[in-house]
Design a protein around this ligand. Sequence first.
Ligand SMILES: Nc1ncnc2c1ncn2[C@@H]1O[C@H](COP(=O)(O)OP(=O)(O)OP(=O)(O)O)[C@@H](O)[C@H]1O
Ligand SMILES: [Mg+2]
Length: 411
Amino acid sequence: MHITHLSLTNFRNYGRLELTLPKGPILIYGNNAQGKTNLLEAIYYLATTRSPHADNDAQLLNWNAAQAAEPVVVGRLVASVETLKQTHSLEMRLIQEQKSAVSQYRNFSFRRQALLDRRKVRLMDLLGAMRVVLFLPEDVQLLTGSPANRRRYMDITLCQIDPVYCRTLSNYNKVLEQRNATLRQMAEGSPVRDVLPIYTDKLVSLGSTIFLRRAEFLANISRETQRIHYESLTAGRESIKLLYLPRLSVKKSKLAARGEQDPATLAEWLETHQGQSELVSERFAKLLQESLATDIARGATTVGPHRDDWSFQLNGRSLGSFGSRGQQRTAILALKMGEINWMEAATGERPILLLDEVVAELDENRRGALLSCVTETTQAILTATDPGMFTEPFLQQATRMHVENGRVTVM
Ligand SMILES: Nc1ncnc2c1ncn2[C@@H]1O[C@H](COP(=O)(O)OP(=O)(O)OP(=O)(O)O)[C@@H](O)[C@H]1O
Ligand SMILES: [Mg+2]
């Protein structure tokens, strides 16, 4: 698939942008702070409804527009996408409204609106219409950062190809909030014990689906990542593995005492029980039952997929804890390349690649592997401060665009 046209209004440092995009590799270059990353962020945001950078979506609005004395400020992102079967228009509106004009302190509300083929839809319905794989220099934090980062990666990636997963996850999070609120009320002595089983049952059924889907996803992407890492990136020297660590058992420290399975074997157990959600439900229900006293005391559900994690293993050791910087970078590169193949296998089409400054930090061998993956893709958008770091044959193939202060010129 590929984007044919991108239109931005009041997004970051783009006041107004109308950009026609060709197929093939596109190299966006320019000095620091001109809008290269912002352009990739806009595309990623349309595809996933999430920003890889902003903590708060209101930050995406162009700040000059947001600070103007207008009662309503709208940011607009629109992409026309061509897939093998159809064309789509994806639109996201960022709407800031002034709540009270009288107040001396201006008070704003912010909301988002999604449109697919010019019809208003839920945000979630945009997912899958345009699929992307994003490469960022800070991706290494997937290994070294918190489990929340890794869950987020899993969820965003899976949601791009599986709307059922996405709906299940969204319902799970709602039920989890309700269950946690009930647990807190119970801790305070409110007589709400009757509703707890209702939330617990729902949590078990939604959670089991999530456990199984994540296990399948990680097993598949691990195989693809392992293959690329071994064959193309380390010339058969190192073999890595992605290991799912589902929170479907008690804490590791308590495991030995109880003679329980450790998470590694649990991941395998989940993989071999695909399609047997009742077994997983049974196990999750039992675990919730056992954790009830702790959960009431903490006012929160302490087990379940919202506490999952996964890890990269090299010869059985965690790369996040023991890998060298170069080994970590290589593993992440393999993961992202694995993601492309996994998406292609799942949907029959290659996703759009977005690469922010990642080529600069790779050695010649890895750069070659990545660029050949780029040139085999329908559309890939790369950014760089200096086009000189690319080989002449690559530059011959690529469309070059120069960006300066939020304006893009096709060279
Ligand atoms: N909401 C916003 N409104 C206006 N400008 C913004 C907003 N958010 C960020 N910017 C500015 O946009 C400019 C371009 O940022 P961007 O990250 O795209 O630069 P870049 O070209 O990728 O630079 P680098 O080479 O340093 O990575 C920066 O000066 C940044 O401060
Ligand atoms: Mg940048």
